[in-house]
Design a protein around this ligand. Structure first.
Ligand code: ADP
Length: 449
């Protein structure tokens, strides 16, 4: 054999890196395999934050929250399709996962909200950075400090079983050579299949013409590898379209911009939805507009508070003007209509009551600080809620719901937590919570073997 270890982690997104760190700290020898030339996967692109209820950071910020609210709002957002056991585990272990990160120098103590959540429970870095890059660089620092091996440009192409247990993986390394790595356990953390158009349209023909926000590596290969050794799948046709995607670049405009106070207006300059309703509802309301696109509109204060806004402006995605009238002219919207829309919204902010669409969150300040910005957006494929079946130990279950010994899966590759619609900020929570659990469980399994 080319190598031997206790645990092979497949994929170096948030789930894989968290799992690798935890398995190492529980005494296992770990190798991480990543098919792309860089680490981080789709997690690198995550922008909103990490949801958790009843955390120390919420307490410090004077925010009252309850795990029960988090559970119920996630279940409602997921159209009651979420796996109850997985969701309970998720909600229960979220605060510990925030602390786990904090202990590793990854502090998420700045709070905002996302669609479908009633209070500020989306934890972000306090320097205004997007959560994904911040998380991956912090996790990689921990990987390096521990000397955990990370093989880049290397794909897992096969998983080997012996006597019903995981025995080895076959990889194709950076030089194109096949290698065999003997291992007691594997943690599959290969992410979703949002960049695999063929697979997406297989399950959802109606999504054939949508752009994708996903990185190239999100091909669902981990699902196929696990299916080959008998894994079951769940909710494969539950594919999320994210409402605010710039269509020419497929660049996602973070939900934290709306959480910070931005509104959506139609091509005719009118609001048409509670901007912080769940992603499925906001997406559908944009698709229902006659022109199937809208603008996300924000002011200078929101730009100052969120680095992502600067990134979009820097990339030339935003139309910018010193006044709302100027902005309307550039967008070819009736200036009076746009001014009226914003004035009316600003009044709702003052009274903290949205008479038109019942928005209750992210109404932080009136939109009145020039400059004003608008980015044209429409929905794009964003997250695959379905995936392989796991239990709360992250053990992979076969099509008869029996554990495949030594096989663990965590993150977007696994199905069940999010049901029929994922809440913004719940993917980062998912990958860290279940990544830690997979690391723990795989290390314990390898030790006992
Ligand atoms: P999650 O958010 O669940 O952690 P990510 O998309 O962030 O998922 O990360 C998954 C990673 O797994 C990506 O970097 C992707 O390139 C990698 N990956 C996918 N399939 C394979 C494979 N067969 N072998 C090695 N790495 C893989």
């Amino acid at each position: 054999d080319d190598k031997t270890c206790d645990v092979v982690v497949v994929g170096s997104g948030g789930a894989g890196l968290a799992a690798a760190i935890e398995a190492h700290d529980k005494g296992a020898s770990v190798v991480i395999i990543e098919k792309m030339p860089i680490a981080g996967g789709n997690t690198n692109k995550a922008s909103a934050g990490m949801n958790a209820a009843e955390t120390l950071f919420q307490q410090q910020a004077g925010i009252t929250d309850h795990k029960e609210w988090f559970y119920n709002e996630t279940l409602k957002g997921g159209k009651n399709k979420n796996n109850p056991e997985l969701l309970h585990y998720f909600v229960e272990h979220a605060p510990a996962a925030i602390n786990w990160l904090d202990a590793k120098g990854i502090r998420l103590n700045n709070l905002t909200t996302t669609g479908g959540m009633s209070v500020d429970r989306t934890h972000r870095p306090n320097n205004g950075a997007a959560v994904g890059g911040f998380l991956i660089s912090g996790l990689l620092k921990n990987i390096n400090e521990r000397g955990i091996e990370l093989m880049l440009d290397t794909s897992v192409t096969d998983i080997e079983l012996k006597d019903g247990r995981i025995n080895a993986v076959i990889v194709n390394d950076e030089d194109g050579n096949e290698q065999r790595i003997s291992t007691k356990a594997i943690i599959v953390a290969t992410g979703g299949f949002g960049a695999n158009a063929q697979m997406v349209t297989h399950y959802r023909p109606d999504l054939a013409n949508f752009v994708t926000t996903n990185h190239k590596g999100a091909t669902g290969s981990g699902i196929a590898l696990l299916q080959k050794i008998g894994a079951g799948t769940v909710d494969m046709n539950e594919i999320q379209i994210h409402p605010t995607v710039e269509q020419k670049t497929a660049y996602l405009i973070s939900e934290s911009i709306r959480g910070g106070g931005a509104i959506l207006v139609s091509r005719h300059g009118k609001r048409f939805v509670n901007e912080l309703d769940t992603r499925d509802k906001v997406s559908n309301s944009i698709i229902a507009l006659t022109d199937h696109y809208a603008y996300i509109l924000f002011d200078e204060q929101i730009r100052q508070e969120n680095k992502a806004a600067d990134t979009y402006i820097g990339k030339g995605l935003a139309v910018q003007a010193d006044s709302l009238v100027g902005l309307a002219e550039k967008l070819d919207i009736n200036p009076e209509t746009l001014s009226n829309t914003v004035e009316r919204y600003n009044r709702f902010v003052e009274q903290q009551h949205d008479e038109d669409f019942g928005r209750t969150t992210g109404m932080r300040h009136p939109l009145n600080q020039p400059s004003f910005y608008a980015i044209p957006i429409a929905p794009g494929i964003h997250h695959t809620m379905g995936g392989v079946t796991i239990n709360t130990n992250t053990e992979v279950l076969d099509t008869n719901a029996q554990v495949i010994k030594g096989a663990y899966a965590a993150g977007e590759v696994a199905g069940g937590v999010h049901g029929g619609n994922r809440i913004g900020g719940n993917a980062i929570a998912d990958i860290i919570i279940f990544g830690i659990q997979a690391g723990d469980q795989a290390a314990a399994y390898a030790k006992d073997l």
